[in-house]
Design a protein around this ligand. Structure first.
Ligand SMILES: Cc1cc2nc3c(=O)[nH]c(=O)nc-3n(C[C@H](O)[C@H](O)[C@H](O)COP(=O)(O)O)c2cc1C
Ligand code: SF4
Ligand code: SF4
Length: 436
């Protein structure tokens, strides 16, 4: 049986599935139930200074749903914990005492002054928790007060606060990054320079979910007004994966432990983050949508997959896909594929034809066959863009098939089995200059 135990910067947990800092981790009742369900760890809902903040008393969530009402994206205007600091600290201490084998990380956000960080770290240490996560990510409410993403968007501040925290605590320090930035490598590098043990990402993405067409106000609406909030859930996963991979392969942050967050709903999602360099996988929206029990499917799914493939430890998987992430210029331009329609699966809906004819390469014919609608790929036009695959409603009905020999009927060129990329391509002016 595969071993799912995780040791992330010295923080041990029976599996890599942690609940992210958010409503699922905002009190003892929730966290105890989460641990009973099997979660490997939690990052406690972000603590701040007293007097504690207040939340709105109206809707704080907005969402985007698929046609079948599955939740694809969630937006919130909630702030950090709205309970007194000592209440949270007492509960954290009790839960850690009762669940010593689970990871207990505490998320923190206080004003950007060294004494404030020193003071809260001292009190948090007394709970015997395993580590702290610095919330430099929250894009709404707290950022206007000079905290959250207001800090996360300035690498110098990240470095400075990380350094203070390392100076004032013996606990591991994880810096939680905001995605509301152009180049995520810069804050990650700053975290490392400041001595942080790890980074976690992503926090939520700045967003306005929708505008009500009757009230002309953004949603969620509080008494006729709305404000931007933080976007998360399955829709943000691709953004998070890309950012995690950027940090995993950057020369300056390579090897720095990463806790992956953003749209993780299944064990497959979590594994994708792990393969791109994450040591643990944090979950928020999926738990808020489906409840704590989803962790059962996550652990059994990952275990089964590892057993089937002969992997014994998580460490064998962390970062395994990173060498296969490259820049566009290194992609093999001699790789040739063509779309192929499985006529037995095709339901003759014509979506592939409409997409290719109107917006791609006019590479699908719609000439009827035996008096019936019929769609066929024209190899001499197909550039293998994959659009038809993505719009076809039938899974595996259209597939991409690599050409390994003969001539590409579109270009008339012989298939070249050798790898060749843009850096040496004759159409690349830079390559020409280099050759001369
Ligand atoms: C309602 C809500 C409240 C959140 N509060 C916090 C918070 O207090 N501190 C924090 O670091 N992140 C907070 N987050 C962000 C999550 O921890 C997580 O980074 C984000 O939701 C992306 O993960 P997901 O796609 O699994 O939800 C919150 C998210 C939601 C939905
Ligand atoms: S892969 Fe692109 S070009 Fe080829 S048939 Fe499909 S949509 Fe048309
Ligand atoms: S989109 Fe798919 S199912 Fe529809 S006609 Fe094209 S191949 Fe057939």
């Amino acid at each position: 049986m595969a071993d799912l135990r995780s040791n992330f910067v010295g923080i041990k947990s029976p599996n890599p599935f942690w609940l992210a800092s958010a409503p699922p981790t905002d009190k003892e009742y929730n966290v105890v139930r989460a641990f009973k369900a099997g979660w490997g760890g939690v990052v406690w809902k972000t603590l701040g200074e007293d007097p504690h903040i207040v939340n709105v008393n109206g809707p704080r969530y907005g969402a985007i749903h698929s046609g079948d009402r599955r939740l694809l994206g969630l937006n919130n205007i909630e702030l950090i914990t709205d309970r007194p600091l000592q209440t949270n600290l007492d509960e954290i201490k009790r839960v850690k005492r009762d669940w010593p084998d689970r990871a207990m990380v505490v998320s923190l956000m206080v004003p950007c002054e060294e004494p404030n960080w020193a003071a809260i770290l001292k009190r948090v240490e007394e709970t015997d928790c395993d580590g702290v996560e610095l919330n430099f990510g929250c894009p709404h409410g707290m950022s206007e007060r000079g905290m959250g993403s207001a800090v996360g968007q300035v690498p110098e501040y990240i470095e400075m606060v990380a350094r203070w925290c390392k100076a004032h605590t013996r606990m591991p320090v994880i810096v939680k990054l905001t995605p509301n930035i152009t180049d995520v490598r810069k804050p990650a590098r700053a975290a490392r320079k400041g001595g942080a043990d790890a980074v976690s990402l992503i926090n939520t993405i700045n967003s306005i979910m929708s505008v009500n067409l009757d009230s002309f106000a953004p949603e969620p609406t509080i008494d006729g007004k709305g404000t931007h909030g933080g976007y998360c859930g399955p829709a943000v996963k691709p953004i998070a994966l890309s950012m995690v991979s950027e940090i995993a392969r950057d020369a300056e942050t390579k090897g720095m432990p990463i806790s992956g967050i953003g749209g993780i709903t299944t064990w497959r999602d979590a594994l994708e983050f792990i393969l791109l360099g994450a040591g643990t996988a944090q979950v928020c929206t999926a738990a808020m949508t489906y409840g704590f029990k989803i962790v059962e499917e996550m652990t059994s799914g990952l275990e089964n997959w590892m057993d089937e493939r002969g992997f014994q430890h998580l460490d064998e998987l962390v970062g395994k896909a990173v060498p296969n992430v490259t820049d566009w210029q290194y992609l093999n331009l001699n790789y040739i594929a063509k779309a192929q329609i499985d006529q037995d699966k095709c339901i003759q809906c014509g979506r592939c034809y409409a997409a290719c004819e109107d917006t791609s390469h006019q590479a699908i014919s719609n000439a009827p066959k035996n008096g019936k609608r019929h769609f066929e790929v024209i190899d001499a036009e197909c550039v293998a863009c994959n659009l038809c695959v993505e719009v076809c409603p039938v899974e595996q009905c259209i597939t991409m098939v690599q050409m390994t020999k003969g001539t590409d009927p579109r270009t008339g060129k012989k298939i070249d089995p050798k790898y060749a990329n843009w850096t040496t391509h004759p159409n690349n002016p830079a390559a020409k200059v280099a050759a001369e």
